[in-house]
Design a protein around this ligand. Structure first.
Ligand code: SF4
Ligand code: SF4
Length: 198
């Protein structure tokens, strides 16, 4: 068991009370940015039990919170979990302490990009950008367009082709995108997003 795994599984609990401990500052930063009181977590693991993507994660959602509580900035910002999370809010709705875990994942993704760390799932940013472009253009996600755009960006045309064909056969993918009525309102929101930083 690695040192990090030992920590997140509770095999070793570092002294959190030391003055000037940088681990406390990471928890405070994430709490402030996400608005989620992550220190209320008592690691009941309900969040991970309900998460539909936990099998693909390197750390369960509560373990991510534990990494933050311990101030393990590098480990948490480079882990796969924060990028595998799709923000479905299942965990947030099941948490007995009303911790908005999805908001914490959002914050950690943002911090990972801002700090320029190695992304745990390198191609995922391309996927996120394709989703945003679809929302900007149509006001809703056009799944086929997103998949084709992602394939164009990564050049991995054959990966998951079988899944795509099955979805097409079951009519889970619309060939023609549809737009929401007031798409301009949504398009205008994206002007801020794509704007180059001053
Ligand atoms: S459900 Fe809430 S309290 Fe339980 S481990 Fe997850 S974040 Fe912590
Ligand atoms: S928001 Fe993320 S971590 Fe929470 S249940 Fe959904 S995929 Fe899992």
């Amino acid at each position: 068991m690695s040192k990090v795994q030992a920590l997140v599984q509770g095999a070793a609990v570092p002294d959190m009370a030391k003055a000037g401990n940088p681990r406390q500052s990471l928890a405070a930063e994430v709490t402030e940015r996400s608005g989620a009181a992550l220190n209320r977590c008592y690691h009941c693991q309900s969040c991970g039990n309900g998460c539909p993507f936990v099998q693909a994660m390197d750390y369960a959602p509560n373990q991510v919170l534990r990494l933050v509580q311990f101030g393990m900035r590098q480990e948490v910002l480079t882990c796969k979990t924060i990028w595998v999370c799709v923000g479905c809010h299942t965990c947030s709705s099941q948490c007995p302490m009303s911790i908005d875990i999805a908001a914490i994942m959002d914050t950690l993704r943002l911090m990972a990009v801002e700090e320029g760390v190695a992304i745990g799932k390198p191609n995922i940013i391309d996927f996120h950008e394709e989703v945003l472009r679809s929302l900007e253009k149509y006001g809703r996600a056009h799944k086929l367009g997103i998949m084709l755009g992602y394939k164009r960006q990564t050049g991995r045309w054959l990966k998951d082709l079988d899944v795509g064909l099955k979805m097409l056969a079951r009519r889970k993918l619309d060939l023609i995108p549809s737009r929401v009525r007031d798409v301009k309102e949504i398009t205008d929101l994206f002007k801020c997003y794509w704007r180059e930083p001053a």
